[in-house]
Design a protein around this ligand. Structure first.
Ligand code: FA5
Length: 350
């Protein structure tokens, strides 16, 4: 082999073993294999050789060229691997056992009372149901004994959608579906229907300290043999004493709702002003919290349950107002405000 070729081979090996930076490799590649590189110059110079020398010299130079390219490629891979390893080694160590400091967030006060109510009713054998927010006129009104043009519709100024559906104004919109879901088991085995169904409601209302256009209710129903007002009062009392865990004044007065007969308004003495009267209770000292009553026979019949055999109660708890009373929130509008400083201060007391 030509001396020049042997010399270049040795030189390449020495240079590659001496480098410390990845960027130096490109300089080496260019200086041997680039347009003006030493190996390229050897190939170009072949045109001046005698024909008998060309073949052997050409083969040697090409072998050198392949050798240089392979060595540079191998060195590049080796250096990249080293670089990655040293980057990993210098990364900060993530210790999963390190305690996380600081507050991670909190539940909205309505979520807190909703969860508390769900757990109270679950412990008394009720199932918790979810229901849609966009419903039909039939679900929200007709199935609960409020036919078209009934004056009771005026009490719930409704947002109608272009497709004829509406944003539910009351959680009572799920009553018919619950009766149809659990009614067959009641009829087959006598298992009473016991369900609660919390949900968001919408009404086109002027807002004030105790009215919002978007608020939460939690409906509850129990249907079976010989269910009476005593059962209703028992469950209402248990729920309120568990939620407030202190003595609160309650009053039950007649109330009209087309889907119950008899119907009641269950009010609690305003906990913001202690019953003295304030904007949160419209200066009456009382807050309408949980209308209720015995389910109207038309509603049971429409849900496939025979009103001559079965009776039941229903209630429509104002969850948003319950959160106000439980946490001493004076203005209902604070609950939809997204103001984290005021909303993050509440905790679950269970
Ligand atoms: C109803 O919506 C009936 N569906 C409740 C019911 C269910 C009665 C089952 C009988 C049997 P009412 O419109 O009064 O009733 O609303 C019920 C509760 O929701 C009120 O007592 C109140 O606590 C809450 N509520 C009603 N409107 C608003 C509002 N605009 N802002 C905040 N809370 C409201």
């Amino acid at each position: 082999m030509d001396d020049k070729i042997l010399h270049l081979k040795k030189e390449i090996e020495e240079k590659l073993s001496a480098i410390s930076e990845l960027s130096e490799l490109e300089q080496i590649r260019v200086s041997y294999l680039g347009k003006k590189g030493s190996i390229t110059a050897l190939l170009k110079g072949m045109k001046d050789l005698a024909a008998e020398q060309k073949k052997a010299f050409g083969a040697d130079v090409n072998r050198l060229k392949e050798f240089a390219a392979a060595q540079i490629e191998a060195k590049t891979a080796e250096m990249k691997k080293k670089q990655t390893e040293s980057e990993i080694a210098s990364m900060p160590v993530f210790d999963i056992s390190t305690p996380v400091s600081g507050k991670m967030g909190s539940y909205h006060p309505i979520t807190l009372v909703q969860r508390q109510c769900e757990s109270i009713f679950r412990s008394m054998g009720f199932t918790v149901e979810d229901y849609a927010e966009v419903v039909t006129d039939y679900e929200c009104f007709e199935s609960v004994n409020i036919p078209k043009h009934h004056p009771a519709r005026d009490m719930q100024d409704t947002y109608y959608l272009e497709n004829g559906q509406l944003l539910k104004t009351q959680t009572s919109a799920a009553q018919n579906a619950i009766l149809r879901k659990y009614g067959p088991e009641l009829i087959r085995n006598g298992t009473p229907i016991k369900a609660i169904f919390p949900g968001r409601c919408f009404r086109n209302e002027a807002t004030d300290a105790c009215h919002e256009n978007t608020f939460f209710q939690m409906e509850g129903m129990m249907v079976g043999k010989d269910i009476s007002i005593s059962n209703l009062i028992y469950f209402m009392k248990t729920m309120l004493s568990e939620v407030f865990r202190k003595e609160i004044k309650v009053r039950l007065r007649p109330g009209f709702f087309p889907f119950v007969e008899p119907g009641f308004e269950l009010d609690i003495s305003c906990l913001i002003c202690g019953g003295e009267g304030c904007p949160s209770c419209k200066h009456s000292g009382w807050l309408e919290l949980c209308p209720c009553g015995m389910i109207h026979p038309n509603v049971l019949r429409e849900g496939g349950v025979d009103p001559d055999e079965y009776t039941g109660f229903a209630f429509g708890l104002g969850l948003t107002r319950l959160a106000m009373m439980k946490y001493g929130i004076k203005d209902i509008r604070d609950l939809n405000s997204g103001n984290l400083r005021s909303l993050c201060q509440f905790t679950d007391d269970e």
